[in-house]
Design a protein around this ligand. Structure first.
Ligand code: FAD
Length: 499
């Protein structure tokens, strides 16, 4: 049915020229689905490198410096479809199905939730939680039930209704013990949105748990087998260009020019005006706010995005002169300044090293405002490294220490002052739909309305939904087929939002 829809779109309607602003995963996914439905996308990416928040570049010695440690989940249906459609499925390195946590009170030790194979959801998760007694006792596990049961019974509606509550507020409302926060929710919040639970909306934790509870492999993780620009963005670009689209890098859009009724007339770039029949913004929310044309600035649909703002985060890579005790997979560090980390010399084929470890770590929260003691995002690289090593002493006491410890051969610090939108309580209602009040302007980007929050999956889904708005708009305009579309899982963006 899906391919019929696409070919009916392709066959009967004239191809439209669609200018997509931003070559992150959302813009590239949008362009991919536009060529699939017979249109001609032109992606304009400001930077020389594609990928946005998944971008990476090579240092002079050839090692890859990444913007962020990126993990794929089994619960990413649109991302998995994209890999299949591009013929890249074998580039995902799936890890044993477990969630591993460092044990701060027992330095150098780890514990994990082990998901038994061949057990359907939600029983595999129940087994994983019940069989681990190192983090929560039976009584605490039972005390979690009243808060989690409505999610199981009512699903997404219940989750959406919790968006106004912080994790702390939700926990006290449902009588969850503090230990659940200390042991699990802090780690989850820092990993999912780089924030501590007093600032974070409970809907974030529940959204992730709901996916993990409902899908047997939802919480299983995979690493891409190498750097994202080469291993994922380049094949997307190739796919788009082979089918008549264009991807231009080093082309920042300076202004969105509008005419009658606020319709877009063109985009101003350093190389001149770029025009199309449709325009899709796949830029981050903070850039969209800056580029918003004056004629749109009073429209409620657009003023709502002032309520969204990117959260700061720091990514650190440290190359050691020896192997640290290695885990093949993601680990929650459960330390005050660090979120998740992985030893990429073990987890990722391109970075494999028999003899030396390369840890990639997410440093969060990264500002004072997000609950940290110092405003880390503006501290020096040296101070950030020093603070990271101090926390790693507790994770690897035998190997990261002042005397006789592993030596740091080199390190990189990449700051993203405004990354995914900060999911403080009550943000969901301000996320705009892909369809906008401007008839030839469509929104994509992980922050636009879709149920996967700010994530790679959310970015791909939003791009797909944006392509669908364009494709169905073209048909609408000419009096043809009006519903359905390119085929997406978990969408609910399109026409939602305020405005
Ligand atoms: P972006 O990637 O921000 O792309 C927007 C693009 O627009 C950029 O390339 C930018 O250069 C371009 N642009 C901006 N302004 C202009 C302009 N004026 N003209 C032209 N182009 C412009 N997600 C997960 O699912 N799993 C993870 O493990 C994970 N870990 C992360 C770790 C870190 C440290 C970070 C920072 C993010 C992580 N994410 C993770 C989130 C994920 O990276 C993002 O949700 C996703 O990549 C966003 O894609 P996007 O295309 O919506 O936006």
């Amino acid at each position: 049915a899906k391919s019929n829809l696409i070919s009916s779109l392709k066959g009967s309607k004239p191809s439209k020229r669609v200018v997509v602003i931003g070559g992150g995963l959302s813009g590239l996914a949008c362009a991919k689905y536009l060529v699939d439905s017979g249109h001609k996308p032109i992606v304009l990416e400001a930077r020389r490198v594609l990928g946005g928040k998944v971008s990476a570049w090579q240092s002079p010695d050839g090692s890859w410096v990444e913007t962020g440690l990126h993990i794929f989940f089994g619960a990413y249906p649109n991302m998995m479809n994209l890999f299949s459609e591009l013929g890249l499925h074998d580039r995902l390195q799936w890890k044993p199905h477990r969630m591993t946590f460092a044990m701060p009170k027992k330095p150098g030790t780890f514990t994990s939730f082990e998901f038994p194979p061949n057990v359907p959801a939600p029983f595999n998760m129940a087994a994983a939680i019940l069989s681990n007694n190192e983090m929560l006792g039976l009584v605490e596990k039972i005390q979690m039930v009243p808060g989690l049961l409505p999610m199981l019974l009512e699903g997404q509606d219940f989750i959406d209704a919790q968006d106004e509550l912080s994790v702390d507020e939700f926990m006290s409302k449902y009588g969850m013990p503090e230990s659940v926060k200390e042991e699990i929710f802090i780690a989850m919040g820092k990993a999912l949105d780089f924030m501590d639970p007093d600032k974070l909306s409970m809907s974030v934790i529940l959204t992730a748990m709901n996916r993990f509870i409902n899908e047997a492999d939802g919480s299983q993780t995979a690493f891409l087998d190498g750097n994202q620009p080469d291993r994922l963005c380049a094949p997307m670009r190739e796919y788009i260009e082979e089918r008549g689209g264009e991807v231009r890098t080093g082309v920042p859009v300076r202004e969105i020019l509008t005419g009658e009724g606020g319709r877009v007339e063109g985009l101003s770039t350093d190389g001149g005006m770029v025009e199309g029949d449709y325009y899709v913004s796949a830029m981050p929310v903070d850039v969209m706010k800056k580029l918003l044309p004056k004629t749109w600035s009073e429209m409620p649909f657009f003023t709502q995005i002032n309520e969204l703002e990117g959260v700061p985060v720091i990514n650190i890579q440290i190359w050691f002169d020896r192997k640290l005790p290695a885990l093949d997979g993601l680990c929650f560090s459960r330390s005050p300044l660090l979120s998740v980390y992985a030893d990429m010399s073990v987890c990722c084929e391109e970075y494999y090293d028999e003899d030396k470890s390369m840890l990639e770590l997410v440093f969060a929260p990264a500002t004072k405002a997000a609950g940290a003691e110092r405003n880390w995002i503006s501290e020096s690289d040296e101070d950030i490294l020093e603070a990271t090593l101090k926390e790693l002493e507790n994770v690897f006491p035998e190997d990261v220490k002042d005397e006789g410890g592993a030596k740091v051969e080199k390190y990189t610090v990449v700051r993203t002052p405004r990354s995914v939108y900060a999911t403080t309580p009550g943000r969901n209602k301000f996320r705009p739909s892909q369809k906008t009040p401007i008839s030839n302007f469509v929104l994509a980007g992980d922050w636009s309305s879709q149920k996967f929050l700010g994530s790679m999956e959310g970015a791909v889904l939003a791009g797909k939904l944006a392509a669908e708005v364009v494709a169905s708009g073209v048909v609408d305009e000419e009096g043809g087929w009006k519903e359905g579309g390119i085929g997406k899982e978990g969408g609910r963006g399109m026409e939602g939002g305020v405005g």
